[in-house]
Design a protein around this ligand. Structure first.
Ligand code: ADP
Ligand code: MG
Length: 336
């Protein structure tokens, strides 16, 4: 069922600047996890703060469970938050931090609920510690336990993993996803990290300059980006040109199938893993760079004026300087 509905939100901070958020519309189902993804400054935090009630929109509406909450203060919205810096109370124990949102419950019930949440995030036994006696990953889980203890229907998270080291980040984000799913809470995760968004979100909304430019599952957006911006923000991409006619396009690599219909002159996105590299002494292309990555390798291949990025299996033994032939072995994406 529909949980959150945002219609044409707008926020303009200062005259002279472009609006921080322009006509953003989104909806979110119960229990769904959505990533707001985009480069620094594109309006992600401002969008999240308007949903939370910390910023007043100039225009647009926000409804939760069908009720208009646009002008409610944050504490009246029943939405949970996990901030980048965790915002734990430094002088309170882990247990008291988690219990904080449960003041309305009788003491014994609140303690039992807090202990249950700490068990859920794998921190049983650390009840008495102070936040500074925990690792970054553990503090992050305390912050999450505190938010989830009150079972909010929606949790807003702004770059919640950015203070964790790379290995901890991968582990924690999967745990957080499991915990949210187990609690049945929906979530909006703000991130500038495309890998993180693809790894945990059910759907991704890609933002560029204050606007949502594409919404879809990670798969849909990776396979069928609407623009060169989205194609290159979610992974790497080669941009070609061609002349499209329905589901086909004529390019310098021959006639290729399209992922969606287009007509006339188009730009095209081709993922590096969609290109095959064949050694060929008579080939017109030459390998100008190579990076071995263990499970695969990257090749930079010069073909006339153009340098193409190609990803091949770890087994291919092709040296820098060799002549090759490039073959595109999948459908290509027409860009707006
Ligand atoms: P993101 O989270 O995607 O990095 P923000 O939402 O923080 O982007 O910012 C979007 C734009 O709005 C930026 O240009 C930023 O400088 C501006 N901005 C954000 N908050 C304020 C504010 N309180 N006052 C003025 N400008 C702001
Ligand atoms: Mg931000």
């Amino acid at each position: 069922a529909l949980l959150l509905e945002i219609k044409r939100l707008r926020k303009h901070f200062a005259h002279g600047d472009a609006p921080a958020v322009e006509r953003v519309s989104l909806d979110l189902g119960e229990g769904e996890m959505l990533a707001l993804l985009g480069p620094s400054g594109c309006g992600k935090t401002t969008t999240l703060r308007m949903i939370g009630g910390f910023e007043t929109p100039d225009e647009g509406t926000i409804s939760l469970h069908g009720e208009d909450i646009t002008s409610l203060p944050p504490e009246a919205r029943g939405i949970g938050f996990v901030f980048q810096d965790y915002a734990l109370f430094p002088h309170l124990s882990v247990l008291d931090n988690v219990k904080f949102g449960l003041r309305k419950l009788p003491r014994a019930k609140a303690v039992a609920r807090a202990q249950e949440m700490l068990a859920l995030v794998g921190l049983s036994g650390l009840d008495a510690r102070k936040p500074h006696e925990l690792s970054g990953g553990q503090q992050q889980r305390v912050a999450l336990a505190r938010t989830l203890a009150v079972a909010p229907p929606l949790v807003l998270m702004d770059e919640p993993f950015s203070n964790l080291d790379a290995a901890m980040r991968v582990e924690t984000r999967q745990e957080v996803r499991k915990l949210l799913k187990a609690a049945g809470s929906a979530a909006i995760l703000v991130t500038h990290d495309q890998e993180e968004a693809m790894a945990v979100a059910d759907r991704i909304a890609v933002m560029e300059s204050g606007r949502v430019v594409q919404i879809g599952t990670p798969d849909e957006i990776y396979r069928n980006p609407v623009s060169a911006f989205v194609a290159s923000f979610l992974g790497r991409s080669n941009i070609l040109t061609g002349t499209a006619s329905g589901m086909q396009v004529q390019t310098e690599f021959g006639n290729l199938p399209l992922s969606r219909a287009a007509n006339g002159a188009v730009s095209l996105s081709v993922r590096p893993e969609q290109i095959m590299l064949e050694p060929d002494p008579d080939g017109t292309a030459s390998v100008v760079g190579r990076e071995f990555r263990g499970h695969d390798q990257l090749f930079w291949v010069q073909e006339g004026e153009r340098c193409m990025l190609v990803i091949s299996g770890a087994g291919a033994s092709i040296e820098v300087g060799s002549k090759v032939r490039l073959r595109i072995c999948d459908c290509v994406v027409p860009l707006a």
